[in-house]
Structure formats: structure tokens, C-alpha cells
Design a protein around this ligand. Structure first.
Ligand code: WTA
Length: 650
């Protein structure tokens, strides 16, 4: 496992917040020795409290942990109001539209826009503290205003990624019990308008708790307006006052829900609360990206995912940074688009997913050389393991061999990064998330709860609760406990298990090896195989289905479906059948879950008790030789039959 080591850039380290590994170790020791002292002092220093907290953490009802009890604050104040003294004319958000249109929104403008939006929700739609609001929006500044407006009035937002279908949106609307949906007519992609509002209309057909829909008019295309339900943001906002008193929130009042895939069942509404989440969002922005006052920071995620929440909106704004929001796709009009933007805005920190790096590398290898990328200081990756060739191109062609690459490991549930290099301190090994961040007791454990041996794959855990840890699964306490605290115990006590495997190398570096459950990672998007299976099963011709992940050159993982058709389905044309199955997926989940491979088989490898042996299916999908013991299968010969069906599709 010996890998080349890249030392931090000396010039950069001099002014970094954490300058070397000694400073890192001191911080980690401080946290180990005095956990509450560590977190309490940062919470005091970093957060704008309306009323100070009286207790740092309360674990008495573990795993339902409370942080900063007694404290009162408002996250929108942390992100906006507190900056008005020194940064009112600083750019808070720089927006670049798909077609090159630009907007610079200063902190003072952000203040007015969010206050008006908050008043609109409060006064016109009667949204109150604790109400749930679904946001189904493109990447436009109004999406950020909507989030912060909810935070200001104490409403709990739940963003649904714009690529999800009407069915998926409806499920989330109902599960969250949302009163309001905020959407847009649509937006632009590759210079063409696309639509969102019709998806909302379809999602709200039939019984739903939604009373009002707010529509931001972005692309001006015709949409249907339902009288008494749908309202134009562009109209209503004109009449709102620019001052809305922030709701006084408890530290543990919920800030948002974000639905994410688990290994079983429907997506779960991951709940994050106010103080702990915003504290860690800000601290990781400062430590991991080391953004300085005059820097321009760009994260290319979508606000529909946790990365967009923490590292486009909440983290950068909490620390008073300038954050770029980009509506378009990175390869349009060509694969030089991001580099052109880096040059133009003199971007200092750039944060993206390995899939994007692979696409940009493959489709525009020589594009970076056409632009001046010298402003860059820190490059980040997130969402999936990055492979060494992509890492190397990122480091050399984009970073000019002088920027640290922070391979940030985290999840929707962790709120912010948990394992990541520090750009001024950590000697980096390519494609390696390196060490736990200060304050995070992340440890690779074996199944017995002992620290994993060097080189042995173990379970990526966090052994103490931290402020930004998931607070619950909306409406399902039991699922929260079972999903995250059921599997691994250390010293007899349950610990948080991420669902990922990981390995220590001889220097204690952590490499994430990927999910150990039935969650797959497609282009850095998390997808439950059970969800895709449930969608496919809705097709009337399907008798049985098993979905697995398969390595994919660009996407990291692709979706591979084994389907057993009903004997009376009378399929004449397999190509048409695959199309029909993908149509069902499109309807139930959205385009992000379309299958890369569909193979029709006569049966699935099952044990005598009826359990599908997915490991065998994964091996076949990869084209690997089957080394597992198949003698326990009900019908061992099925393995060869399936393998030859897969072969003949290649
Ligand atoms: C994976 C995205 C390897 C992991 C922030 C995790 C990673 C899942 C990395 C969470 C990384 C995230 N290296 N794998 N640096 N970062 N993952 O909830 O499997 O959308 O469990 O959050 O992405 O995906 P989620």
C-alpha cells in the first residue's frame, strides 16, 4: 500500500489555519482529553448566540444526543446578519447561469432578499416555526434565499433534487407532511429551457398536505397555475418588507430534512438541527478549504444534495465567504467551462466530485491549459472514491502541482466532513481521505469493535457523537437507531457506523473502500438498490429483480439489474422491454436511477431459505470468476446460466 506522499505547499502552510501535523495533533488531543471543552469553546467563539448555552452535550438518552442546550440562535443570523457590520458590500453569492448570465449578490442584498422571502412565507402562506417546506428548485440564487428564509422563520426545509421524478417528490412531500412547495417554472440546461413546475403539478395530484406552491419564474416558459394554490414569487416578493425578525430557535430545533437512500426501504428523512450543524459547517469550511477573507470559493454540487447544503450555502455563508452558484453543466458549451470560470472569477478553492473530474478529463484533457488557473489554492473531491489517474490529472493539470487536494469523506448523516486532509498540514497520499478531522473520533473498527489491523478492511465508525451528527430519521425513531447504531459496539457501547468499509495503512492513513451495504454510488449520487428494485417491480411483466452496482469508468458505479420476467409475459423484443423498464424507473425515481445494464435471466441465485446471494451477482456483473461457495444455493447451476446470459449481452 505504499504510495507517493505529497507534502503541503510551504507558502500555503505559512498562513493556513492549521499549519502542520503538530497543530493537528494538539487539537485532536485537546478533543480527546476534554471533549466538551473543545466543542464548547468553538461553539462560544464561532456562533452568534441570542442566549448562551448552559450545557455542551447531553448523552443521557444516547443515541438521541443534545448539543448546546439552553442556547438560542438563528442560523440565518449566523449566515447573514452578523456579517453586515464588516462585510455588507462583500459578494456573498456569485451566480453564473447556464447561458452565461451573471449576478453578484452582496451580503446586504442577501439580507434583504432573504428577509423578504421570509416575510412572504410567513405572511402570505402562513408558514410557522416547525412547519415543513419542500424546495424543488434549480441552481439559482432563489434556492439559497428559500433555505435561509425557512431558517429565519424556523420552518424546516427539505430540498428535493430537481432530477427526482414526480413520484419521488410526492413520497417526500407526504413523508415530511409539507405545507408548502417552493419551485420554479424551470431553468436552463445546455442553453435550452427545461421544466420543473409540471413535475410538481403531477406530484401534487390527489391527496397531499400541501396548501400552497410558490413558483419562481426563471425561464418564463408557460406553466399551469392552480388558482388558490400556486403563486408567483416574482409578483409576491415585490410587496414584502425587507425586515423580518429572526425566530428565536433552540440549539436543537430542526433546521432541515434531507432524504437519502438507505440499504432498505424508502429513502429516509435525515434530520439536522440548528446549532451543531451550522457550527461544524463553518468549522470545516475554515479548516478543510481554508477560505480567506478575499477568496472566491466554488463548489459545483447541486443544492439538492448534502454537499450543496453544507458547502454551497450554509458553510460558506456562515463564515462570511464568497460562494459561487452555477446553474449549468460543466461540459457545456465545452469541457473548458469550469476552467474558464476559474480564470474569470479567480477562484481560489474548487470542490467537485470524482465523476465530474473523470468526465472533464476524458472529454477535455487539454482544456485546462487554455486558461489561467493560478488563483487556485485548494482542490476538493467528495462523494465517492477518486481513482489515482483522475487524482493525478486533477493535481497536475488543474492544480499545477501546487494545490492540496482534499479528499473529503463524509455523508448526508454526518452534516459535514469527518475524515479529510487539512490543506496546510496533511502530507497527502493520492485517493486517500487521510485522517479524522479534529474533534471527530472516527475510527476503523473490526466486527468486534476493536481497532482494525493495518491493511485489514474494517468498518468506518465514529465512536463519539459530534455536533453535526444526524439527529433522527423523520418520523421513525426506531429506524434511526437501527440504521446507525445497531451494528457495531465498542467497549460494549453502540457507536455510529457509516455503512462504509475502510482500511488503515502502515502510517495510519484512512482509505475508504466503499459501502458495505446495498447502497451504491452512481456519479457520487447515493442510491439504494432496494429502491431501484422496488421501482422495477412495478413493471407488470417483472417477476423478480436484483440490482447491484458494477464498476463504471466514468460514473464510479453503474446500475446493473438482473430481471426475471413472468412466464406469461410473452416478450418479443428485449430492447423494447429494457426501454419499458427504464421508463418505469424514470417515473418512480428519475433519470439518475436509470440502469446501465439490464440482463434477463431465468432465475436468481438463492439460498434454500430464499435469500438472494448478491455477492455472486456482483461478481458476475464485474465479469469476475466465481470463487464463492455456491453449494448452499437452492440451484447451484443457476450461477453458470446467469453468467452465460451476461456474457451473451456483452
Ligand atoms: C461515499 C455525500 C470515498 C461514501 C457527501 C458515503 C466517499 C457516501 C467519499 C455518502 C470520499 C463520500 N471517498 N467515498 N471522499 N465521500 N463517499 O450521503 O460511500 O450523498 O457513505 O454524502 O458517499 O453519500 P452522501
Amino acid at each position: 500500500m505504499n504510495r507517493e506522499v505529497f507534502k503541503p505547499n510551504k507558502e500555503f502552510s505559512k498562513s493556513a489555519r492549521i499549519k502542520n501535523m503538530c497543530e493537528y495533533q494538539d487539537l485532536q488531543e485537546y478533543a480527546l482529553e476534554d471533549y466538551e471543552g473543545f466543542w464548547g469553546s468553538y461553539a462560544k467563539e464561532k456562533l452568534e448566540w441570542m442566549q448562551p448555552f448552559t450545557n455542551v452535550m447531553n448523552e443521557s438518552n444516547f443515541p438521541f444526543v443534545k448539543w448546546f442546550e439552553g442556547g438560542k440562535l438563528n442560523v440565518s443570523v449566523q449566515c447573514i446578519d452578523r456579517h453586515l457590520k464588516s462585510r455588507k458590500n462583500k459578494a456573498a453569492i456569485i451566480f453564473e447561469g447556464d447561458r452565461g448570465d451573471k449576478q453578484i449578490i452582496t451580503y446586504l442584498e442577501l439580507y434583504y432578499n432573504v428577509n423578504k422571502f421570509a416575510n412572504l412565507l410567513k405572511n402570505e402562506f402562513d408558514v410557522k416555526k416547525g412547519d415543513r417546506v419542500i424546495i424543488y428548485m434549480p441552481m439559482i440564487p432563489e434556492a439559497a434565499y428559500a433555505m435561509l428564509a425557512c431558517a429565519r422563520i424556523g420552518a424546516i426545509h427539505s430540498i428535493v433534487f430537481g432530477g427526482f421524478s414526480a413520484e419521488a417528490l410526492k413520497d417526500r412531500v407526504i413523508d415530511a407532511g409539507a405545507k408548502v412547495v417552493i419551485t420554479a417554472d424551470g431553468a436552463y440546461r445546455k442553453d435550452k429551457p427545461y421544466m420543473l413546475k409540471p413535475v410538481v403539478d403531477e406530484a401534487l395530484r390527489g391527496e397531499t398536505p400541501v396548501k400552497k406552491v410558490l413558483v419562481v419564474e426563471r425561464n418564463g416558459e408557460d406553466v399551469t397555475w392552480v388558482a388558490g394554490r400556486d403563486y408567483s414569487y416574482n409578483e409576491l416578493i415585490k410587496h414584502q418588507s425587507g425586515k423580518c425578525e429572526p425566530e428565536v430557535m433552540d440549539s436543537e430545533d430542526p433546521l432541515f430534512l434531507l432524504y437519502t437512500s438507505g440499504s432498505t426501504g424508502k429513502p429516509k428523512g435525515v434530520q439536522h438541527n440548528s446549532a451543531g450543524y451550522i457550527l461544524w459547517a463553518q468549522m470545516t469550511m475554515e479548516w478543510v478549504f481554508d477560505v480567506k477573507e478575499n477568496d472566491t470559493y466554488w463548489c459545483t454540487a447541486d443544492v439538492g444534495w448534502i454537499t450543496g447544503h453544507t458547502y454551497i450555502v450554509y458553510g460558506p455563508l456562515a463564515m462570511g465567504a464568497t460562494t459561487i452558484m452555477f446553474e449549468g453543466v460543466p461540459t457545456y458549451p465545452d469541457a473548458g467551462r469550469p476552467w474558464k470560470m476559474v480564470e474569470e472569477y479567480k477562484v481560489n478553492q474548487f470542490y467537485t466530485a470524482p465523476t465530474a473530474i473523470r468526465v472533464l478529463h476524458k472529454t477535455g484533457e487539454n482544456e485546462p491549459a487554455k486558461y489561467d488557473l493560478s488563483s487556485l489554492k485548494v482542490l476538493g473531491t467528495v462523494g465517492e472514491p477518486i481513482d489515482p489517474p483522475a487524482w493525478k490529472w486533477y493535481y497536475e493539470a488543474i492544480g499545477g502541482s501546487k494545490c492540496a487536494i482534499v479528499d473529503t469523506y463524509w455523508q448526508t448523516e454526518t452534516g459535514g466532513h469527518i475524515v479529510s486532509p487539512l490543506p496546510g498540514a496533511t502530507p497527502i497520499k493520492p485517493a486517500c481521505a487521510t485522517f479524522p478531522l479534529p474533534g471527530i473520533m472516527a475510527e476503523i473498527l473490526d466486527e468486534n469493535g476493536n481497532r482494525a489491523e493495518v491493511g485489514e478492511k474494517g468498518l468506518m465508525c465514529v465512536t463519539r457523537p459530534w455536533p453535526a451528527m444526524i439527529r433522527g430519521v423523520w418520523g421513525d425513531e426506531e429506524r434511526f437507531v437501527k440504521s446507525y447504531f445497531g451494528d457495531v459496539k465498542k467497549d460494549g457501547k453502540p457507536v455510529y457506523f457509516t455503512g462504509d468499509g475502510a482500511i488503515y495503512d502502515e502510517d495510519g492513513y484512512i482509505t475508504i473502500t466503499g459501502r458495505t451495504d446495498d447502497v451504491i454510488n452512481v456519479s457520487g449520487h447515493r442510491m439504494g438498490t432496494a429502491e431501484v428494485e422496488a421501482a422495477i417491480k412495478k413493471h407488470p411483466n417483472v417477476a423478480e429483480v436484483a440490482v447491484v452496482g458494477k464498476p463504471h469508468e466514468i460514473k464510479g458505479e453503474g446500475i446493473f439489474a438482473y430481471i426475471v420476467l413472468k412466464s406469461d409475459s410473452g416478450i418479443a423484443d428485449e430492447v423494447e422491454e429494457v426501454k419499458a423498464i427504464n421508463k418505469v424507473i424514470q417515473k418512480e425515481i428519475g433519470n439518475i436511477a436509470l440502469c446501465d445494464d439490464v440482463v434477463f435471466v431465468v432465475g436468481l441465485p438463492k439460498t434454500r431459505s430464499g435469500k438472494i446471494m448478491r455477492r455472486i451477482l456482483r461478481s458476475i456483473a464485474k465479469g469476475e470468476e466465481i470463487t464463492q461457495d455456491i453449494s448452499t444455493l437452492e440451484d447451484p447451476s443457476i450461477v453458470a446460466t446467469i453468467a452465460s446470459a451476461v456474457q451473451s449481452c456483452r
